[in-house]
Design a protein around this ligand. Sequence first.
Ligand SMILES: Nc1ncnc2c1ncn2[C@@H]1O[C@H](COP(=O)(O)OP(=O)(O)O)[C@@H](O)[C@H]1O
Ligand SMILES: [Mg+2]
Length: 370
Amino acid sequence: MADRFPPLRPEDPQQIATYALRARLGSGGMGNVYLSFSPGGYPLAIKVVQRTFASDPEFRLRFRREIAAAQRVQGYYIAPVRDAAPDDEMPWYATAYIAGPSLQAAVAEHGPFPVFSVYCLLAGAAEGIAAVHAAGLIHRDLKPGNVLLADDGPRVIDFGLAQADTFTRLTGTGVAVGTPAYMAPEQVRGTVSEATDVFALGHLALFAATGHNAFNEGSTDALFYRLLNDPPDLDGCPGELRPIIVSCLAKDPADRPSVGEVAAFAGAEIRGQTTRPAARAWLPRPVAESLGDYSADNAPPSGTPAERATPVPSADLAAAPGHSAAAPAPPGYLAPRRAPHRRRRRARLRRRPHRRCQRRSGRAGHDAAG
Ligand SMILES: Nc1ncnc2c1ncn2[C@@H]1O[C@H](COP(=O)(O)OP(=O)(O)O)[C@@H](O)[C@H]1O
Ligand SMILES: [Mg+2]
């Protein structure tokens, strides 16, 4: 089993706001992604922006605006943004941690998906994109690396962050927002609409079914030429998937189906094959079997230096047996944003444990009697 949770490197921050970082999940153009947990144990993927971009006011402006918009997106097949601090010294945002590989990684590791899995992928991703559109956003960078595969369906990530992300790749001068291999014709020409994400949905399905892109690899110029002029390369694509993929990949956005139509079509295909849409067996077996490796339970144990260093400055706690005074903050440590609130709450809980228990058991007794 490959180690899905590489440890932090010496140059990594150990803590971001109140979150102790536990492992590296990966790195992209904008910055690194780390695994962490909320105080109650909810797993999070925290993306921390690189210092070079953080110091650029234009980047900050885009990032702040896009994060605020992304926080409005509500849906089942997305990784929701749970927390963010675009104005921190190192800006960051946290999304729900999804325990599974990206479509890109899964196909690279295990090969193309069977037709049923492609329909499930398409139905879920289209529903996720519909949620993004419902919040008034266009994804603009839907691609196999931005779809994660959970045991109960796909999750779209990185929605609405394309402008800040592109800034990191084009140093603010380019107009083409997106990843060249997955862009739509109109996107290359500088406009986007909801249909741009439909084009990407068709591309996702083709990649999942065949393991290759619609306009193949090569220089960006050659890629854009084929994208604008040639039909998509459907080599190896099963016949039943071709009509939906070809219609999504239409050059003219007006000729593509709507996101709702793609979701409805794929959903109907799933229901034609199983009584439970997107039941647990939606993934090819080897991919499904790999999911356990991605469980956040496999994260390196807590009690890392960062967590030991979490300040607990309340006098009575520090004096209590088993508690030592807070260690000096590690490098890269940022002032915890919620510590005062948590501290007050902890102190309140310590003062009144019996009353709380009595009240709770009283209520339970009442409920049972009723
Ligand atoms: N919510 C999440 N849950 C689990 N893993 C995530 C999440 N968000 C990002 N990742 C992982 O972090 C890695 C880097 O993500 P990202 O910075 O978006 O890369 P890229 O720039 O290639 O899009 C990806 O490989 C992805 O698997
Ligand atoms: Mg990404």
